[in-house]
Design a protein around this ligand. Structure first.
Ligand SMILES: [Zn+2]
Length: 282
């Protein structure tokens, strides 16, 4: 079916008190697995491509974005396209012609003042084109001119009052917050600060985004959504499923050379992971 917009999926989930999941696309098989998992779960989903994945594909947005969009359009599930962790202004501008309905603009390496300025500018640019803009805020109470800590660094937490000011001053449509999850975790052992999630949800008018959800156990994700978390980002869990199948096949078939032999079970394993996460959201 035609692509839907991220803003619409997030608004719909929020109104229903549900979550909506965004899964990272690295290869074509990731995109196919996300579509397959969404169809099986009967749920919408967001396919997101990170700036790092774009770099992996040689820096050009068009090929991986076009392939992902084609997979999404061919699916019977409601799927949206999101550009994740964008720091490069040129890549940000490429999002619109490539069919993305949303971007996550990541100015978290800048000082607080510069972060607000750059993000407000990105929001202005996006809103002129109907693009929904997500940003992230970790610890912002640092000294003048000092960069705020990465929202995904262990131990970092987002302050509700600062988050409310940040959303007001930048106009972002959604805010990624630091509440105990962290990127690239291969085991699901993270414990979230549910009291903080509830405080953030009541202080911040924009929907909240949980990055690093691969490391968060099922029950913690359910509780986070009940406390007000809306967009749930999942990347590493797909790669764990993918690589596990590839490794098992290659270990058992030392002479094997046909990539379809291991990419097919790898894609199937990712689809199962996608459907599993989607089952936690309602
Ligand atoms: Zn992230």
């Amino acid at each position: 079916m035609p692509l839907v917009s991220t803003g619409e999926l997030v608004a719909r989930a929020r109104a229903a008190g549900h979550g909506v999941a965004a899964f990272n696309v690295i290869t074509l098989e990731h995109a196919e697995a996300i579509a397959l998992g969404a169809e099986r779960a009967g749920s919408p989903a967001i396919l997101q491509i990170s700036e790092n994945a774009v770099k992996f594909h040689g820096g050009g947005l068009s090929a991986i974005a076009a392939a992902t969009a084609a997979v999404a359009r061919a699916s019977s599930a409601s799927l949206a396209l999101h550009l994740d962790h964008v720091t490069d202004a040129e890549l940000l501008r490429a999002a619109h012609p490539a069919g993305f309905s949303s971007v996550m603009f990541d100015a978290s390496k800048l000082s607080y003042g510069e972060n607000v300025k750059a993000t407000a500018e990105a929001v202005r640019w996006g809103h002129e084109r109907g693009i929904w803009v997500e940003a992230e805020l970790g610890e912002v109470g640092g000294k003048e001119g000092e960069p705020p800590l990465d929202a995904h660094a262990p131990g970092v937490r987002t302050d509700p009052a600062e988050a409310a000011a940040y959303v007001r001053d930048t106009g972002v449509d959604a805010l990624a917050v630091a509440v105990g999850s962290s990127h690239a975790m291969t085991e699901r052992t993270a414990t979230l600060d549910h009291e903080l999630i509830a405080s953030l949800a009541s202080a911040v008018p924009a929907p909240l985004v949980l990055h690093g959800s691969s490391g968060v156990p099922d029950e913690e994700i359910r509780r986070a959504i009940a406390s007000g978390m809306v967009k749930i980002n999942v990347g590493t869990a797909l790669n764990t499923a993918f690589t596990g199948e590839v490794r098992a096949y290659l270990a058992a078939h030392e002479q094997g050379v046909d990539p379809r032999k291991y990419l097919a079970p790898a894609r199937e394993a990712m689809a199962g992971t996608v459907a599993g996460f989607l089952g936690l959201l309602t």
